[in-house]
Design a protein around this ligand. Structure first.
Ligand SMILES: Cc1cc2nc3c(=O)[nH]c(=O)nc-3n(C[C@H](O)[C@H](O)[C@H](O)COP(=O)(O)OP(=O)(O)OC[C@H]3O[C@@H](n4cnc5c(N)ncnc54)[C@H](O)[C@@H]3O)c2cc1C
Length: 285
């Protein structure tokens, strides 16, 4: 889905630190907040300046209602990487920013009893809206979309390098029906090892998920996609391919998908045909 509004001006409502170098930012943008769905993204760039010139993509964390009960602002969580995110980390509230979205397709409406979200690093952030929607606790989009039947449970497997890097999970911990398990590469918290160990364990267990949503570093998503294929479980991957325009014009964010020909493949643009793709469709190598 391509946004039809183009660049608009939004205002920073609030910024909060969730971990070293990781921040939750809220932008006042009621029109986009009413339309956005879990897994969709938007572009952000400075207002009234050209450095950086191009917008940067960020995924929905959650929408926040205003006093009249309708969505008023959009929250997202970002990690400081380079020029734009360093600039953003200095915003304190009240700043005007350029905003374009919602963009991309987002995750499908969950239709299962037990949904799992596997998040690696900053890729955990879409899980908040995914879980709230799956559990029937919040509606997103206009018209509001909703699962025919709410999931009974959502499990979040969240993998980070070490305990010191993991984000404050207070927002997620307040969700009734969501179970969170953490894996750290260095064993400083939760499961010592890869988040994919937890996924394998769950798929072999008594209450395996019927669908898996995932976002994180590409090697992790490739592994999750392969594991789910072997287990014959529906899996959707949200790619974070670097992109320039965000609306399908520059083709800088293409990814390979399989075609009907057994050895055939073709390119798809992550920004408009994604960022969410069925793992079964992607060329995972
Ligand atoms: C659909 C989508 C959703 C995203 N959602 C989030 C989100 O919710 N939170 C978040 O923190 N980040 C998210 N990202 C990544 C985010 O867009 C980048 O971290 C951001 O653009 C960095 O901008 P910058 O100006 O700070 O860094 P730059 O100065 O542009 O880049 C610094 C360095 O990082 C590299 N780099 C930039 N972007 C990426 C990337 N996507 N993958 C690998 N290397 C990269 C550059 O090549 C460069 O070497 C998302 C990306 C996509 C495509």
């Amino acid at each position: 889905m391509v946004a039809d509004a183009g660049w608009t001006t939004a205002r920073v409502v609030e910024q909060r630190t969730l971990a070293a170098g990781t921040f939750r930012l809220r932008l006042h943008c009621p029109e986009a907040a009413a339309r956005i769905t879990p897994g969709q993204f938007f572009m952000v760039r400075p207002h009234g300046g050209t450095d950086p010139l191009l917008g940067r993509p960020f995924a929905l964390y959650d929408t926040i209602d205003g006093q009249d009960g309708s969505p008023e602002s959009i929250g997202f969580v970002y990690h400081v990487i380079g020029k734009m995110t360093s600039l953003m980390s200095r915003w304190t509230g009240g700043e005007a920013v350029e905003f374009w979205g919602p963009l991309g397709n987002g995750f499908p409406v969950p239709r299962c009893r037990h949904l799992m979200y596997v998040g690696g690093g900053i890729g955990y952030t879409p899980s908040l809206a995914v879980a709230r929607e799956a559990l029937g606790q919040r509606a997103y989009g206009s018209p509001a979309r909703s699962a025919e039947q709410a999931a009974e449970r959502v499990t979040l497997y969240y993998g980070v390098q070490s305990a010191g890097q993991r984000a404050d999970l207070t927002d997620l911990e307040s969700i009734d029906g969501l179970t969170i398990r953490i894996a750290t590469d260095d064993g400083s918290e939760g499961h010592p090892g890869l988040v994919t160990d937890l996924l394998r364990e769950s798929l072999d267990g008594d209450d395996p998920p019927e669908a898996v949503y995932c976002c994180g570093p590409l090697p992790m998503m490739t592994a999750v996609g392969r594991i789910c294929r072997e287990a014959d479980v529906d899996c959707w991957l949200s790619l974070e391919t670097p992109m320039a325009c965000g609306f399908g014009a520059c083709f800088s964010c293409v990814t390979r998908v399989q075609t009907d020909d057994p050895d055939g493949w073709d390119y798809r643009r992550t920004c408009v045909e994604g960022p969410v793709f069925p793992a079964a469709q992607l060329v995972l190598d």
